[in-house]
Ligand binder design. Structure first.
Ligand code: ZN
Length: 485
């Protein structure tokens, strides 16, 4: 161990009420640092030559620094592995969004032993708004988690489901290394449901060069994977997607113009009500490539219901048939499929892992919040009961942000349950979704925050263990094929 590390440890040793996270100790440029918990608060302890780059409270040779955005940026300079980076070139990548800023150490432990490149910082604007956080704060939380666990394998930061150039600019300026463009506002879902006469009428008034281009490129020929298209099929696809394709081109050029490091571009067309057919997927991809847009991943809307926090519902045979075609298209163009709302979709993961050979991006989101609430249910039943009743009373409000299908009236009365049953009670699908979508509303309640965050600090090891088992189940099914090969 270097002398500067020794002097950090010696100085920490004599500090009262200070507990060291052993794995976090690291040193560079004559400077040593570590994550500590001091009088209940998690802090960065620093000593050595670069101490002035960090801001905090000085105590002897040490500085105790709050886990702020500024201190995260200083840490990026000192220890470059703590900074998010592009995941280009990695076959298997996984988005592990952390809405609470508490889950990433558990995610780091969950991926240990798997050949997966994680995207630990992954939030949508909706999530940021509901939790009152910024992209910079999300990246800072991942930065300190990486240091806490001594994880040096690299990670990405995904500005998830961004819709405008303004949002993209904000994400990139904050340090995001991946942009997921959500084109849903430019996809004409009305056209998807038109009668043929309506399609013909709407198509006829499109600019002539648009019609000419699509017809010359896609009619009267065998296209790879999807075969030939009829004029009526093509017309509908053009009506639904042509504006989204233009929007993606504009946003991609914008990213190119403003980026200062590699950015992984994901095209998402999953947040529409209609299922993406292989023909639609092919045309969208072909147009993107023809216009110089090279996504790292693309998220079609797969068949079946990918609702938050519960198992897949739908026909698994239909899912598998379409998924194979989508995978062939992705391989043809040279990007990977992206599966969103992947949390708890265990029944689809074995197919996803097998068909893609684990060359895929999977996004989980939000179930780390449910794992946190499971720890609450187990050890603080009074807090859990209050949170449950609050979530139930505000379910209609929470449904404005998230589409869920379970019926809250089916949840048995919590007053008639005993404390020991509460962790299982949370697992009932209707109960799970009710808590799941209420995270923003709960986290905005002072009574909840004041009880929840100190509780989680006192139970973090148990929380991490829960995440290892929960995320581990996802990884096991996704990678099983590759481990056998
Ligand atoms: Zn999505």
């Amino acid at each position: 161990m270097s002398t500067i590390t020794d002097s950090l440890l010696e100085a920490l040793h004599i500090e009262p009420n200070t507990v060291l996270y052993e794995r976090s100790i690291d040193a560079a440029a004559g400077t040593a640092c570590a994550i500590v918990r001091r009088a209940g608060e998690k802090l960065l302890a620093v000593t050595g030559e670069k101490i002035s780059a960090f801001s905090g409270e000085t105590s002897g040779k040490l500085k105790f620094c709050p886990l702020t955005v500024e201190n995260a940026r200083a840490l990026h300079e000192l220890l470059p592995y703590t900074r998010p980076r592009s995941h280009a070139g990695h076959k298997f990548t996984m988005g592990l969004g952390d809405r609470l800023g508490l889950a990433t150490p558990g995610h780091i432990r969950a991926i240990a032993g798997y050949d997966v490149y994680p995207v630990f910082a992954q939030q949508s604007i909706r999530e940021l708004t509901l939790t009152n956080r910024t992209f910079s704060e999300v990246i800072a939380a991942a930065t300190f988690a990486v240091l806490q666990e001594g994880y040096k394998g690299g990670y990405g930061a995904d500005g998830d489901h961004l819709k405008t150039e303004e949002e993209i600019g904000y994400a990139i300026a904050s340090g995001c290394t991946m942009i997921t463009l959500d084109c849903s506002e430019h996809i004409d879902i009305q056209a998807a449901a038109y009668t043929q006469a309506e399609v013909d009428a709407a198509y006829a008034v499109l600019p002539e060069e648009v019609r000419g281009h699509y017809e010359a490129t896609y009619l009267d020929r065998e296209l790879p994977i999807i075969g030939s298209l009829s004029l009526s099929e093509l017309k509908r696809i053009v009506l639904v997607f042509w504006k989204a394709i233009l929007h993606a081109e504009r946003c991609y050029q914008y990213i190119d113009a403003i980026k200062t490091a590699d950015v992984d571009f994901e095209m998402s067309i999953d947040e529409t009500r209609t299922i993406t057919s292989p023909a639609e997927h092919y045309i969208v991809a072909s147009e993107l490539f023809a216009h110089g847009v090279h996504p790292v991943s693309l998220a079609p809307h797969f068949s079946g219901e990918f609702e938050k926090g519960i198992e897949y519902s739908g026909n698994l045979n239909d899912f598998a048939r379409d998924f194979v075609a989508h995978q062939e298209i992705a391989e043809h163009f040279g990007y990977k499929l992206s599966v969103h709302s992947g949390s708890d979709k265990f029944s689809v993961f074995s197919t996803v892992g097998r068909v893609t050979g684990c060359h895929v991006h999977v996004k989980t989101a939000g179930t780390n919040w449910l794992e946190a609430m499971r720890v609450v249910a187990k050890h603080d039943p009074a807090l859990y009961r209050r949170a449950h009743k609050f979530a139930l009373a505000h379910r209609a409000e929470a449904e404005k942000y998230y589409h869920v299908s379970t019926n809250p009236d089916e949840i048995p009365n919590i007053d008639l349950q005993n404390d020991a049953y509460l962790p299982e009670y949370l697992q009932l699908p209707a109960s799970r979704q009710t808590i799941h979508i209420a995270y923003g509303l709960l986290l905005n309640e002072k009574w909840f925050r004041d009880a929840f965050f100190p509780f989680m600090a006192a139970h973090e090891e148990e929380y991490y263990a829960g995440l290892v088992s929960h995320i581990g189940r996802h990884l096991m099914y996704l990678t099983a094929e590759r481990r056998n090969a």
